[in-house]
Design a protein around this ligand. Structure first.
Ligand code: PMV
Length: 315
């Protein structure tokens, strides 16, 4: 008998709020979970010996998980299922997502986290879910840092630095953001290599920029903890200028940031590797629709409930 799947599971997408690229060089970064990243539902296939069929129309993805498939999504899904001793045949898995795929919003981690939860169930411990997701993420990213899987499984805002445990950022602040996909594809590896080349060519110039980018993440955490959206917005705009200085922005991303700021956003920056992918704008809730309209049809707004502070003890 093939093992069963739970009927439904979901996971967050992710954005990098501050610190991308700097995190590659040992600095901290802040990442946040995007609610409603993906929801998967599972039902029996007529013949239990048929391969699992995965269908996610929003990503124009429909494929059977054949053991010899070279498709990275099929291979990643099979890795996750094998890692959790899940079924390898006999199911139809359908997905709904409002995230664009391959735009730096953590779509692959969201898929692998939700798939792990279909096998392990809604109450599975987070570390187990993250481990299973990492088995899939290794297919896409070789040696992933794990931040995408963590944030996809947990949501909220997390601080991440190489060689340190992931830390949840506690705040009462609700983050109102507009996410604007540029529609331009990006290659994380290319942009990371570009920054490495800048650091090698201009160590005295690019080094301080990268360290200052890390500092924006550290100060952004403090702004979040103090519940200061104005300061967080300023830090985001500051970070975009620094990312531009190390040449990972582009005219399209710069234009989107300018349009967001002109429409009254508190701050705006590229998120993730840059060159393509998305821009994020921090907004006041009452202004979110206005900023979204300024950023074009593909833009969407999200509200992120960060982790509340632990209650103060009464004694
Ligand atoms: O666009 P993404 O989600 O691949 O983000 C890449 C973030 C970088 O800091 C540029 C690279 C990394 O591995 O942290």
């Amino acid at each position: 008998m093939t093992p069963a799947l739970h009927p439904v599971a979901s996971a967050h997408g992710k954005i990098i709020l501050l610190g991308e690229h700097a995190v590659v060089h040992g600095e901290p970064a802040l990442a946040a979970g995007l609610p409603d990243g993906i929801t998967l539902t599972a039902r029996d296939r007529d013949r239990k010996s048929d391969p699992i069929l995965v269908s996610i129309p929003d990503w124009e993805l429909e494929l059977e998980l054949l053991p010899d498939s070279e498709h990275p999504v099929a291979r990643a899904c099979l890795e996750v299922l094998a890692h959790c001793d899940g079924p390898l045949t006999g199911w139809i898995i359908e997905g709904r997502s409002r995230l664009p795929a391959r735009a730096g919003l953590g779509s692959s981690a969201a898929l692998s986290v939700a798939l792990a939860r279909l096998v392990l169930g809604p109450d599975a411990p987070l570390p187990e879910v993250v481990d299973a997701s990492m088995a899939g993420e290794r297919v896409f990213h070789g040696n992933p840092s794990g931040i995408d899987s963590e944030v996809s499984a947990r949501g909220g805002v997390l601080q991440y630095a190489r060689g340190h445990d992931v830390e949840a950022v506690h705040t009462d602040m609700r983050l109102a953001l507009v996410v604007a996909p540029s529609g331009v594809p990006r290659s994380t590896a290319e942009q990371v290599a570009k920054v490495a080349a800048k650091l090698e060519r201009f160590p005295a110039l690019a080094g301080p920029v990268v360290r200052t980018l890390g500092q924006t993440a550290a100060e952004g955490r403090t702004a979040l903890e103090r519940g200061d959206p104005v300061r967080l917005g300023e830090l985001m705009t500051f970070a975009h200028a620094l990312l531009r200085a190390i040449d990972v922005s582009s005219p399209v991303l710069d234009r989107l940031c300018d349009a967001a700021l002109q429409a009254g956003a508190l701050g705006a920056k590229l998120t993730g590797a840059g060159h393509g992918g998305c821009v994020i704008a921090l907004v006041r809730t009452e202004n979110a629709a206005h900023v979204r309209r300024a950023l074009g049809d593909a833009a969407f707004d999200v509200t992120i409930d960060a982790f509340p502070r632990p209650p103060k003890s009464s004694c």
